[in-house]
Unconditional design. Structure first.
Length: 65
């Protein structure tokens, strides 16, 4: 093997490793994005549920007065 073949092999290995690292980062970023969106949706549902409970409590209290 001459120096050109070894250099090409090292370059190809570096590119393959870089592509693998990029793929892992993209996949983990996508999971983080989905997790954040799910947290946001659950937070909004929780707040709307609490508002509905408070509104029901006031309506019930007004009706029983």
């Amino acid at each position: 093997m001459n120096a050109k073949k070894i250099g090409g092999l090292i370059l190809a290995l570096a590119i393959i490793i870089g592509v693998l690292v990029l793929a892992v980062k993209l996949i983990s970023g996508a999971f983080a994005l989905v997790h954040g969106a799910l947290d946001t949706v659950l937070g909004v549902v929780l707040i709307l549920g609490l508002i509905a409970i408070v509104a029901w409590m006031f309506a019930y209290a007004k009706k029983k007065k």
